[in-house]
Design a protein around this ligand. Structure first.
Ligand code: PEP
Length: 260
């Protein structure tokens, strides 16, 4: 189903999302999509999302056109609509280039580029303004985990991220729980620990958006690969996976996309 500006989109679960980070430029992105589509037949029991680098968005969007089971998102936006922000792109530009989703608050944005909760809130609001869905990422660092602050950190990031939205009854939202210590490290949260945090996030979402919380996909991310995807996806409350390194190569992504 296509995203409808202003209306809630549906995301058949599980949602399997590929964050290519700074990999797969336009030519490689096209080859990836061609190879992926040759093997991956349309199915309505899951949603595939691809977050290519912004320059590769048009190639990916053109490649998957007509495949309503595959969504294309951008990895980052600026919150302004246009202006003197060299190097940035707006939600409207991403939408016009073929994106229907935005990734907000990825740990690399927060910890490498200094993105704050306030900036994340503005980006979520910009996505809402442009009629885009957004996937808000939350997660604790190792220090925060060891200090017993995991719950307060992720709940704080969630509340802050949603604080600038205009209409919580129509906003198209997904969440990703990505412990910072698990991203790109080969370490995973235990499935039971992921479930517990997802349940906590869902309960907070319920406080914020009411009954709609049950329909909001909450993904797990952090060193997911084709060897551990199945067990993580089987964990209660885990509605999907956000995958970085293991999504960049088509063979590996095909195996994850087809996880039973
Ligand atoms: C990510 O980029 O969101 C991620 C989880 O990366 P990786 O799978 O490489 O840990």
């Amino acid at each position: 189903m296509a995203d409808r500006p202003g209306g809630p989109a549906t995301f058949p679960r599980p949602v399997l999302a590929a964050n290519w980070k700074m990999n797969n430029g336009p030519a490689q992105a096209k080859s990836f999509v061609d190879a992926f589509l040759q093997e991956y037949a349309a199915r309505n029991d899951r949603t595939i999302v691809v977050f290519p680098p912004a320059l590769s968005l048009p190639a990916v969007a053109a490649g998957v056109r007509g495949r309503t089971d595959i969504r294309v998102g951008t990895q980052n936006i600026h919150w302004a609509q246009k202006g003197a922000f060299t190097g940035e792109i707006s939600a409207e530009m991403a939408r016009d280039a073929g994106a229907s989703l935005v990734l907000v608050g990825h740990s690399e944005r927060r910890h490498v580029f200094g993105e704050t909760d306030d900036m994340c809130a503005k980006k979520c609001a910009a996505a809402e303004r442009a009629g885009l869905a957004f996937m808000l990422c939350v997660g604790e660092t190792l220090e925060q985990r060891e200090a017993g602050a995991t719950e307060s950190v992720v709940l704080g990031q969630l509340e802050a991220g949603l604080s600038g939205l205009r209409d919580l009854s129509t906003v198209n939202l997904l969440l990703a729980y990505e412990p910072v210590w698990a991203i790109g490290t080969g370490l995973n949260a235990k499935p039971g620990d992921a479930s517990a945090i997802h349940a906590l996030l869902r309960s907070k979402l319920h406080d914020i958006v009411g009954e709609r919380a049950a329909a909001i996909p909450i993904l797990y991310g952090g060193s997911v690969n084709d060897g551990n995807a199945r067990v993580l996806l089987a964990a209660p409350e885990v509605d999907g996976l956000l995958v970085g390194g293991a999504s960049v190569e088509v063979a590996s992504w095909l195996r994850i996309s087809g996880v039973p």
